[in-house]
Write a protein that binds this ligand. Sequence first.
Ligand SMILES: [Zn+2]
Length: 338
Amino acid sequence: MKVIFSDRAYASVLAETAEKITTETGGLFLGVVRENTWYILEAIDPGPKSVFEVAYFEYDQKYTEHLINKIANLYSHRLDLIGLWHRHPGSFDQFSSTDDGTNTKYASMRKEGAISALVNVDPHFRLTMYHVAPPCRYGKIPFEVGNDRIPPELLAFRTPERFFSLMEKRLRAASGRHDRAVSLAAFMRSVLPYIGEIECERTDGMAVMNAETTEKLAGAVMEDLTFLADRADIRVTLAMQDQYLVISQETAEGTDRLYFMDSVSRGQIVFFYHDRCYPYHSGMLEDAAGKAKADRDRQNAGADPGGRPKRQGSVFDSVMRIVKFSRNEEADHGDQNS
Ligand SMILES: [Zn+2]
């Protein structure tokens, strides 16, 4: 039986010892056990809240668990917690009774037991490696250092493709949740009865969107966007498209869109929804939602007319970014054309 440190794991033990040269310290080993060889690929430091006293040590458990997961996620091969190390004062290279307790715990986690190393600086760095057979039987074993002694597949990180497919999987899971959010279509059904339809031509908007119009439209819808996101829990996307500012929501059933336009002939902002046109002013959707709610409340209980909820403004920044972005984009286009 033997132990092989990766270059990085061994450097981690040395770095930790050097850094805490005047006190005890230690760490955890992450690796793979294969045919009587213990490959230590990573050595995790004990964490900022660890406690090391002469006959007592305690790792910062939250920190080490966090770091173990972070680091194990990088590797294509599964890494396990296979052992630990700690420094002893002077030349004391045997385990204390407290150590026996800790080693017993680690050895019980797998059938092969665990490895446990002691470091002494007396005065030079010296590492003694032990195998701990369950429940707590010690045997000294040799160790080597070097990535060239480790099968390459154990050292390999997950490929970019593997990470990409993980991203896609998680995105799909997230968009599944998105579909369960409140739908824009249902919201519009509830508020449209409180907004009068008007006659308006789609060709009636500004022929070319300029920065001024973009800002005007974005500024006008900001209050309602904030309301939709923060109070109504409706997740929408904002985009500029031709002469329109488009608020849209993608669901499993399709995409629902509100097209806002600065109508030249009417001298006001209007919006199109399912090919019908409605007048628009800032905060109108919120007002209509308030009226719809008040009516529902009256029907249900008849009591609460309901004050207008305070807006929170978290969407403000993102809207302003979109406005700025559109501006920059336009400037770029201008450069290309000239
Ligand atoms: Zn000890």
